[in-house]
Design a protein around this ligand. Sequence first.
Ligand SMILES: Nc1ncnc2c1ncn2[C@@H]1O[C@H](COP(=O)(O)OP(=O)(O)OP(=O)(O)O)[C@@H](O)[C@H]1O
Ligand SMILES: [Mg+2]
Length: 338
Amino acid sequence: MKPSFIVKQLDQYVIGQEAAKKILAVAVYSHYRRIARPQRESAMMAKSNVLLIGSSGTGKTLMCETLSTLLDVPFVTAEATSLAHTRFVNEEIEAVLERLVDKAGGVVAKAQAGIVFIDEIDKLKVTDGQERGSSGESVQHSLLKIMEGAQVKLASGEYMDTTNILFICGGAFVGLDEIIASQTHGYGFIATSKGDNQNILDRLNTRVKPTDLFTFGLIPEFTGRLPIIARFHDLNRDMMVRIMTEPRNSIYNQFREVFKDEDVELTVDPRVFAQIAELAIEYKTGARSLRGIFEEMITPILYLVPDNTDIEKVHVSSLFNEPSYVLRSAPVNAPLAR
Ligand SMILES: Nc1ncnc2c1ncn2[C@@H]1O[C@H](COP(=O)(O)OP(=O)(O)OP(=O)(O)O)[C@@H](O)[C@H]1O
Ligand SMILES: [Mg+2]
């Protein structure tokens, strides 16, 4: 699968985040190219684990999950926070690898080429005043080992080699922008000739440097294992509207199906999606609150429909108005039994 093909597939489910899609697609493509080489050769090429940085609800997990189904490789997600809240970090990490083997149908060799997504990695940051060896830091050290490639003994007694597992880490990294801004001292790359590409300059200037991550609280060895960094943008209103309506499994499509099962046609005015997006932006949880708001709007209608088999069509024209109904018997707005 070429990177461009991977991006095209991701486009069907993940809205926007073009730069991140490309970075991830290339990383995955190169990774599987590398492990397909003879072992001696591939061992000489460094593995490139990936770090995804972006606010909550902007599609990090969604992109990784979509990717894994696409690639048909075993994929598991782990929360860095739950690793930090246990005294038995290594056991917890082993449990994650065991789950990967399960996903591979018990075939260790298949699991060894899988993907592990570690979410909320930013929660492992070392904060000032914390003593050395604090939980976050020790989790970073434990993760380092398996990210590098280690032999891990499984419950079955078999050994698992983590060298060819691709690790993708994700986190919101709240406050990182301030760190980046404070460390560029106001200067950056500026165009010196007409031929300079402004896009490339912008990219260089917003680049996250390993030193920024270090200032944030990741240990240098850890940032060193995450050479590829993809940033996710905050979602604007238009992107949220597209998220509700465009993907194959969008909320709108899902509910239209639900109504179709009742033999009812549901239509929602584009204006409603804009209203929902406005609310979601206020809630500051990215696209996460879209579904809840939409469901809240639709639930009263879904309550009515099964009792009123006469309903043929439902149209929602505003989040703040009652929907209008077209009845099979009288195609005008007739009163409904409630
Ligand atoms: N770019 C996007 N395209 C399509 N849907 C999206 C996008 N971003 C978020 N969503 C929707 O919002 C939900 C939450 O997104 P996701 O789980 O990917 O967030 P996240 O970036 O991993 O956030 P967190 O940092 O809180 O884990 C997804 O299930 C999806 O429905
Ligand atoms: Mg997530």
